[in-house]
Write a protein that binds this ligand. Sequence first.
Ligand code: NDP
Length: 256
Amino acid sequence: MTSSRFDLRGKVAIVTGGNGGIGLGMARGLADAGADIAVVGRNEAKSKAAVEDLRQRGVKAIAVPTDVTDRAAIEAMIARVVKDLGRIDILVNNAGMSIRKPPHELELDEWNKVIDTNLTSAFLCSKLAYPALKACGNGKVINIGSMMSIFGASFATAYAASKGGIVQYTRACANAWAPDNIQVNAILPGWIDTDLTRGARQQVSGLHERVLARTPAGRWGDIDDFAGIAVFLASPASNFVTGTAIPVDGGFSVMA
Ligand code: NDP
Protein backbone atom coordinates (compact mmCIF):
# COMPACT_ATOMS: atom_id res chain seq x y z
CA MET A 1 0.00 0.00 0.00
CA THR A 2 1.42 3.37 -0.99
CA SER A 3 0.24 5.13 2.15
CA SER A 4 1.95 2.67 4.52
CA ARG A 5 5.33 3.68 3.10
CA PHE A 6 4.84 7.07 4.70
CA ASP A 7 3.14 5.83 7.88
CA LEU A 8 5.03 6.85 11.04
CA ARG A 9 2.51 5.56 13.59
CA GLY A 10 4.28 3.78 16.46
CA LYS A 11 7.54 5.63 15.75
CA VAL A 12 9.29 8.17 17.95
CA ALA A 13 11.18 11.21 16.64
CA ILE A 14 13.59 13.58 18.38
CA VAL A 15 13.70 17.02 16.73
CA THR A 16 16.42 19.34 18.03
CA GLY A 17 15.34 22.93 17.62
CA GLY A 18 11.82 21.56 17.17
CA ASN A 19 10.23 24.41 19.08
CA GLY A 20 10.23 26.87 16.17
CA GLY A 21 11.21 27.59 12.59
CA ILE A 22 12.17 24.75 10.25
CA GLY A 23 12.33 22.27 13.16
CA LEU A 24 8.71 22.90 14.05
CA GLY A 25 7.73 22.60 10.37
CA MET A 26 9.37 19.16 10.25
CA ALA A 27 7.95 18.12 13.64
CA ARG A 28 4.43 18.98 12.43
CA GLY A 29 4.92 16.85 9.32
CA LEU A 30 6.20 13.90 11.35
CA ALA A 31 3.31 14.24 13.82
CA ASP A 32 0.74 14.41 11.01
CA ALA A 33 2.20 11.10 9.74
CA GLY A 34 1.69 9.61 13.23
CA ALA A 35 5.07 9.88 14.99
CA ASP A 36 5.36 10.79 18.67
CA ILE A 37 7.73 13.73 19.08
CA ALA A 38 10.35 14.90 21.58
CA VAL A 39 10.95 18.63 21.16
CA VAL A 40 14.50 19.58 22.16
CA GLY A 41 15.48 23.21 22.77
CA ARG A 42 16.44 25.68 25.47
CA ASN A 43 13.49 28.08 25.41
CA GLU A 44 10.88 26.39 27.60
CA ALA A 45 7.98 28.70 26.68
CA LYS A 46 8.53 28.08 22.95
CA SER A 47 8.87 24.32 23.58
CA LYS A 48 5.65 24.24 25.61
CA ALA A 49 3.75 25.97 22.79
CA ALA A 50 5.23 23.56 20.22
CA VAL A 51 4.25 20.53 22.30
CA GLU A 52 0.67 21.79 22.55
CA ASP A 53 0.59 22.33 18.77
CA LEU A 54 1.88 18.77 18.16
CA ARG A 55 -0.52 17.15 20.65
CA GLN A 56 -3.41 18.76 18.76
CA ARG A 57 -2.35 16.51 15.86
CA GLY A 58 -3.23 13.42 17.90
CA VAL A 59 0.25 12.20 18.90
CA LYS A 60 2.26 12.13 22.12
CA ALA A 61 4.68 15.04 22.41
CA ILE A 62 7.09 16.00 25.16
CA ALA A 63 9.48 18.90 25.64
CA VAL A 64 12.97 17.98 26.82
CA PRO A 65 14.81 21.20 27.76
CA THR A 66 18.36 20.68 26.50
CA ASP A 67 21.35 22.70 25.37
CA VAL A 68 22.73 20.63 22.48
CA THR A 69 26.25 21.89 23.15
CA ASP A 70 26.23 20.06 26.52
CA ARG A 71 27.12 16.37 26.25
CA ALA A 72 25.71 15.44 29.67
CA ALA A 73 22.44 17.21 28.85
CA ILE A 74 22.17 15.27 25.57
CA GLU A 75 22.75 11.98 27.40
CA ALA A 76 19.99 12.86 29.85
CA MET A 77 17.70 13.90 26.98
CA ILE A 78 18.16 10.58 25.14
CA ALA A 79 17.49 8.63 28.34
CA ARG A 80 14.35 10.68 29.02
CA VAL A 81 12.97 10.09 25.51
CA VAL A 82 13.51 6.33 25.77
CA LYS A 83 11.93 6.32 29.24
CA ASP A 84 8.90 8.49 28.38
CA LEU A 85 8.26 7.54 24.73
CA GLY A 86 9.74 4.03 24.71
CA ARG A 87 12.13 4.09 21.74
CA ILE A 88 13.92 6.29 19.17
CA ASP A 89 13.32 5.71 15.45
CA ILE A 90 14.07 9.16 14.01
CA LEU A 91 16.66 11.77 14.97
CA VAL A 92 16.46 15.20 13.35
CA ASN A 93 19.61 17.25 13.99
CA ASN A 94 18.23 20.70 13.26
CA ALA A 95 19.34 23.05 16.06
CA GLY A 96 21.49 25.80 14.65
CA MET A 97 22.62 29.40 14.83
CA SER A 98 24.95 31.86 13.14
CA ILE A 99 27.29 34.68 14.09
CA ARG A 100 27.61 36.96 11.07
CA LYS A 101 31.12 38.37 10.72
CA PRO A 102 33.90 38.27 8.10
CA PRO A 103 36.62 35.68 8.83
CA HIS A 104 39.20 38.20 10.10
CA GLU A 105 36.79 39.60 12.67
CA LEU A 106 35.43 36.32 14.05
CA GLU A 107 36.81 35.42 17.50
CA LEU A 108 37.72 31.88 18.54
CA ASP A 109 34.90 31.65 21.10
CA GLU A 110 32.42 32.73 18.40
CA TRP A 111 33.81 30.15 15.97
CA ASN A 112 33.55 27.43 18.64
CA LYS A 113 30.00 28.40 19.56
CA VAL A 114 28.76 28.05 15.97
CA ILE A 115 30.65 24.79 15.34
CA ASP A 116 29.49 23.34 18.68
CA THR A 117 25.85 24.25 18.07
CA ASN A 118 25.60 23.29 14.39
CA LEU A 119 28.05 20.43 13.90
CA THR A 120 29.35 18.91 17.15
CA SER A 121 25.76 18.69 18.43
CA ALA A 122 24.84 16.50 15.44
CA PHE A 123 27.81 14.26 16.20
CA LEU A 124 26.91 13.95 19.90
CA CYS A 125 23.16 13.43 19.38
CA SER A 126 23.78 10.84 16.65
CA LYS A 127 26.46 8.98 18.60
CA LEU A 128 24.40 8.90 21.79
CA ALA A 129 21.13 7.97 20.02
CA TYR A 130 22.83 5.24 17.94
CA PRO A 131 22.10 2.31 20.30
CA ALA A 132 18.38 3.15 20.28
CA LEU A 133 18.35 3.85 16.52
CA LYS A 134 19.99 0.46 15.91
CA ALA A 135 17.63 -1.33 18.28
CA CYS A 136 14.50 -0.02 16.51
CA GLY A 137 15.56 -1.88 13.33
CA ASN A 138 15.07 0.91 10.76
CA GLY A 139 16.58 4.09 12.22
CA LYS A 140 16.60 7.40 10.40
CA VAL A 141 18.90 10.38 10.94
CA ILE A 142 18.11 13.68 9.23
CA ASN A 143 20.77 16.39 9.43
CA ILE A 144 20.08 19.98 8.47
CA GLY A 145 22.66 21.64 6.24
CA SER A 146 22.20 24.84 4.27
CA MET A 147 22.92 26.53 0.96
CA MET A 148 26.15 27.30 2.85
CA SER A 149 26.91 23.56 2.56
CA ILE A 150 27.43 24.34 -1.15
CA PHE A 151 28.14 28.06 -1.49
CA GLY A 152 30.11 30.57 0.57
CA ALA A 153 29.18 33.98 1.92
CA SER A 154 31.50 36.59 3.41
CA PHE A 155 29.45 36.83 6.63
CA ALA A 156 29.00 33.05 7.10
CA THR A 157 32.50 32.05 8.22
CA ALA A 158 31.97 29.40 10.89
CA TYR A 159 28.41 28.77 9.72
CA ALA A 160 29.53 27.67 6.23
CA ALA A 161 32.28 25.51 7.75
CA SER A 162 29.74 23.84 10.06
CA LYS A 163 27.22 23.25 7.27
CA GLY A 164 29.84 21.88 4.88
CA GLY A 165 30.87 19.58 7.70
CA ILE A 166 27.29 18.40 8.20
CA VAL A 167 27.19 17.02 4.65
CA GLN A 168 30.46 15.10 5.03
CA TYR A 169 29.43 13.87 8.49
CA THR A 170 26.16 12.63 6.93
CA ARG A 171 28.05 10.69 4.25
CA ALA A 172 30.38 9.08 6.79
CA CYS A 173 27.52 7.99 9.08
CA ALA A 174 25.54 6.67 6.09
CA ASN A 175 28.44 4.36 5.31
CA ALA A 176 29.00 3.34 8.90
CA TRP A 177 25.41 2.57 9.80
CA ALA A 178 24.04 1.06 6.56
CA PRO A 179 24.64 -2.47 7.95
CA ASP A 180 22.36 -1.51 10.87
CA ASN A 181 19.61 -0.44 8.42
CA ILE A 182 19.96 3.16 9.60
CA GLN A 183 19.63 5.73 6.80
CA VAL A 184 21.40 9.06 7.27
CA ASN A 185 20.55 11.99 5.01
CA ALA A 186 20.85 15.76 4.96
CA ILE A 187 18.39 18.44 3.94
CA LEU A 188 19.81 21.69 2.55
CA PRO A 189 17.25 24.46 3.06
CA GLY A 190 17.30 27.49 0.79
CA TRP A 191 16.29 30.84 2.25
CA ILE A 192 13.41 30.25 4.65
CA ASP A 193 11.40 32.82 6.60
CA THR A 194 12.30 32.12 10.28
CA ASP A 195 13.70 33.98 13.32
CA LEU A 196 17.21 33.12 12.07
CA THR A 197 16.79 34.80 8.69
CA ARG A 198 14.75 37.68 10.12
CA GLY A 199 17.97 38.50 12.02
CA ALA A 200 20.04 38.13 8.85
CA ARG A 201 17.71 40.42 6.91
CA GLN A 202 18.14 43.09 9.57
CA GLN A 203 21.95 42.78 9.53
CA VAL A 204 22.66 42.26 5.83
CA SER A 205 21.25 45.06 3.70
CA GLY A 206 19.62 44.04 0.41
CA LEU A 207 19.50 40.35 1.42
CA HIS A 208 15.72 40.07 1.15
CA GLU A 209 15.64 41.37 -2.43
CA ARG A 210 18.71 39.36 -3.50
CA VAL A 211 17.11 36.12 -2.30
CA LEU A 212 13.88 36.87 -4.16
CA ALA A 213 15.77 37.66 -7.38
CA ARG A 214 18.02 34.56 -7.04
CA THR A 215 15.29 32.01 -6.21
CA PRO A 216 13.54 30.50 -9.27
CA ALA A 217 10.38 29.89 -7.23
CA GLY A 218 10.26 33.64 -6.65
CA ARG A 219 9.60 33.47 -2.92
CA TRP A 220 11.19 32.79 0.44
CA GLY A 221 10.53 29.29 1.77
CA ASP A 222 8.00 28.61 4.50
CA ILE A 223 8.43 26.20 7.42
CA ASP A 224 5.59 24.07 5.98
CA ASP A 225 7.86 23.37 2.98
CA PHE A 226 9.83 20.98 5.26
CA ALA A 227 7.00 18.68 6.35
CA GLY A 228 7.03 16.49 3.24
CA ILE A 229 10.79 15.96 2.99
CA ALA A 230 10.96 15.15 6.71
CA VAL A 231 8.26 12.48 6.36
CA PHE A 232 9.95 11.00 3.29
CA LEU A 233 13.38 10.77 4.95
CA ALA A 234 11.87 9.44 8.21
CA SER A 235 9.71 6.76 6.60
CA PRO A 236 10.21 3.36 4.92
CA ALA A 237 9.71 5.21 1.58
CA SER A 238 13.39 6.25 1.80
CA ASN A 239 14.87 2.90 2.87
CA PHE A 240 17.28 2.81 -0.14
CA VAL A 241 18.16 6.52 0.16
CA THR A 242 21.22 7.23 2.29
CA GLY A 243 24.11 9.68 2.39
CA THR A 244 22.31 12.25 0.27
CA ALA A 245 22.06 16.02 0.70
CA ILE A 246 18.73 17.16 -0.71
CA PRO A 247 18.18 20.86 -1.42
CA VAL A 248 14.74 22.21 -0.46
CA ASP A 249 15.35 25.63 -1.90
CA GLY A 250 12.86 26.62 -4.61
CA GLY A 251 15.64 26.03 -7.15
CA PHE A 252 18.20 28.37 -5.55
CA SER A 253 21.06 25.89 -5.98
CA VAL A 254 20.34 25.26 -9.69
CA MET A 255 19.89 28.89 -10.75
CA ALA A 256 22.40 29.60 -13.51
P1 NDP B 1 15.42 29.30 14.28
O1 NDP B 1 16.31 30.34 14.89
O2 NDP B 1 13.98 29.61 14.07
O3 NDP B 1 15.52 27.93 15.09
C1 NDP B 1 16.73 27.49 15.63
C2 NDP B 1 16.38 26.39 16.61
O4 NDP B 1 17.57 25.85 17.14
C3 NDP B 1 15.54 26.90 17.76
O5 NDP B 1 14.49 25.99 17.95
C4 NDP B 1 16.50 26.89 18.93
O6 NDP B 1 15.80 26.58 20.13
C5 NDP B 1 17.44 25.76 18.55
N1 NDP B 1 18.76 25.91 19.16
C6 NDP B 1 19.71 26.83 18.87
N2 NDP B 1 20.77 26.66 19.68
C7 NDP B 1 20.49 25.61 20.49
C8 NDP B 1 21.18 24.96 21.55
N3 NDP B 1 22.40 25.35 21.94
N4 NDP B 1 20.57 23.92 22.16
C9 NDP B 1 19.34 23.51 21.79
N5 NDP B 1 18.64 24.08 20.78
C10 NDP B 1 19.21 25.14 20.15
O7 NDP B 1 16.14 28.96 12.90
P2 NDP B 1 15.74 28.08 11.63
O8 NDP B 1 14.48 27.35 11.85
O9 NDP B 1 15.89 28.97 10.48
O10 NDP B 1 16.98 27.07 11.62
C11 NDP B 1 16.86 25.69 11.83
C12 NDP B 1 18.01 25.00 11.12
O11 NDP B 1 17.91 25.25 9.72
C13 NDP B 1 19.39 25.50 11.56
O12 NDP B 1 20.29 24.43 11.59
C14 NDP B 1 19.75 26.46 10.44
O13 NDP B 1 21.14 26.61 10.30
C15 NDP B 1 19.13 25.74 9.25
N6 NDP B 1 18.91 26.58 8.08
C16 NDP B 1 18.04 27.61 8.10
C17 NDP B 1 17.84 28.36 6.94
C18 NDP B 1 16.87 29.47 6.86
O14 NDP B 1 16.80 30.13 5.81
N7 NDP B 1 16.08 29.76 7.86
C19 NDP B 1 18.58 28.08 5.72
C20 NDP B 1 19.48 26.97 5.83
C21 NDP B 1 19.63 26.26 6.96
P3 NDP B 1 16.12 27.32 21.55
O15 NDP B 1 16.43 28.74 21.25
O16 NDP B 1 14.88 27.09 22.35
O17 NDP B 1 17.28 26.57 22.12
